[in-house]
Design a binder for this molecule. Structure first.
Ligand SMILES: Cc1cc2nc3c(=O)[nH]c(=O)nc-3n(C[C@H](O)[C@H](O)[C@H](O)COP(=O)(O)O)c2cc1C
Length: 298
């Protein structure tokens, strides 16, 4: 069987892990090609793919993400394993570190069979900012050859019968899924407010709007958090509320009213913002405690 081991590395540490994986796979009797992602032109002819990326600010390098996105259709037809190299301490050896959010989206999109986080490496003489500054306190080589070897050996053992994993086209963890829902909620609230203002005095319209906004966002949050891969309740509430405030500032205050006067009204703006924040956070927190499995669509 032919296996491609490919990686994106900035300072060579991840390349070293990929070399150890390739060696272990070869020892398991597999025909292995080990090249960085930028040198991969086609995936035809490979029976399985192992993709690795160095973690920088919880992200894989852009090259690695582009590689996965470019080859997504072919990757879905093959058994795929992912690995990340990162922690500059022993944590990767003492606990199973889950994939970083962006990596977990990639894993779901390709239907990766497995993911491992291995300890990373930062040389004391690392150049550039902020690596140079980090190296003063965090340099070291935390790549555990035994663990890497064991992981690759398990892949070699699993490969003869391995099937492509279940790919999920749009996991709720994607940025798009996170961002379009508050825009939709904001549009619903704005439309409701316009209708209320045509039929009711301002005070009544503001009161009904202040009650309706969290109800609307609770329904939207229910739909969001019931999907597989939804983000944590607190960051979601912060992002959604920030988007609502930004849209109010740009569209309503900036384009429609051409005045920021609406932000002087606590019941008219700040109370609904607060209630939206609480509604999203509470909905996420409550739903994360519910035992039922999340659906696979976003
Ligand atoms: C600026 C900087 C940011 C980093 N951010 C993370 C991080 O978010 N998570 C992590 O686990 N490791 C982080 N690391 C550690 C690197 O992932 C680790 O050094 C890795 O082995 C580097 O791989 P490379 O040598 O292939 O580039 C960071 C290192 C640097 C220098």
């Amino acid at each position: 069987m032919r296996v491609l081991v490919t990686w994106a590395s900035k300072r060579g540490g991840t390349a070293g892990i990929a070399a150890m994986i390739a060696e272990a796979l070869r020892a398991g009797g597999l025909d292995v090609t080990a090249i960085p992602v930028e040198q991969v032109t086609a995936l035809d002819g490979f029976d399985a793919i192992v993709i690795g990326g160095a973690l920088y600010a919880n992200l894989w390098p852009w090259r690695a993400r582009r590689f996965v996105n470019r080859h997504i259709d072919v990757l879905r037809t093959k058994p795929v394993w992912l690995f990340s190299s990162g922690p500059l301490d022993a944590s990767a050896d003492t606990t199973e570190i889950p994939p970083a959010p962006v990596v977990s989206v990639l894993a779901e999109r390709v239907g990766a069979i497995g993911h491992a986080t291995f300890g990373g490496r930062l040389e004391p003489a690392a150049k550039g900012f902020p690596a140079g500054a980090m190296a003063k306190s965090h340099s070291g080589d935390w790549r555990n050859a035994d663990r890497i070897h064991a992981w690759a050996t398990a892949i070699a053992a699993a490969l003869p019968g391995a099937r492509p994993g279940q790919a999920i086209e749009r996991p709720a963890h994607s940025l798009r899924c996170l961002l379009w829902r508050p825009v939709m909620g904001w549009a619903m609230c704005a439309t409701l407010m316009m209708l209320l203002l045509t039929a009711l005095p301002l005070g009544w319209a503001l009161a009904i709007h202040a009650i309706s906004a969290p109800v609307i966002f609770t329904m939207i949050a229910c739909a969001y958090f019931s999907n597989r891969g939804a983000r944590e309740p607190l960051p979601t509430a912060i992002v959604w509320t920030t988007i609502v405030i930004a849209l109010d500032a740009i569209v309503i205050a900036g384009l429609v009213q051409r005045s920021a006067a609406m932000f002087a009204s606590i019941p008219g703006t700040w109370l609904p913002f607060l209630l939206i924040f609480v509604a999203v956070w509470a909905t996420g927190a409550i739903m994360s405690m519910l035992p039922q499995p999340r659906s696979a669509t976003a």
